[in-house]
Design a protein around this ligand. Structure first.
Ligand SMILES: [Ca+2]
Length: 115
């Protein structure tokens, strides 16, 4: 099993106000050129907690300073991986949206679209 090429996925996670979010990877295997970017806030204007490629997130636990996390996953046109399964603490809300690029953008993309 693996994810598809040319995808962008946005994940928005929220917990109760006043709480932080612990996040760690149970599995994490990305192909060449693909990455997961984690923001410490409710959108992609927040501070970046980390950008993870390959198996780089394995063994790490990240802790947010607020009760929101925003994650962006990007896969380019070739070389897929198995993807990832993340564990979060205390989640009360989560949402995800993915789309396939209609036109393949140059990698790396100039910017992310928002949904
Ligand atoms: Ca790739």
């Amino acid at each position: 099993m693996s994810y598809d090429n040319n995808h962008e996925c946005i994940y928005s996670i929220q917990v109760n106000a006043g709480k932080g979010i612990n996040i760690s990877a149970r599995t994490f295997h990305l192909g060449q050129g693909d990455y997961l970017k984690i923001y410490d806030g409710k959108d992609n204007t927040a501070q970046v907690l980390g950008v993870f490629t390959g198996s780089a997130m394995l063994g790490l636990t990240l802790i947010s300073t607020s009760n929101h996390l925003w994650l962006e996953f990007f896969s380019d046109a070739e070389s897929m991986g198995e993807g990832f399964r993340l564990l979060y603490s205390r989640v009360i809300y989560e949402d995800s949206k993915c789309h396939k690029w209609d036109n393949v953008l140059p990698f790396p993309p100039a910017s992310f679209s928002t949904f």
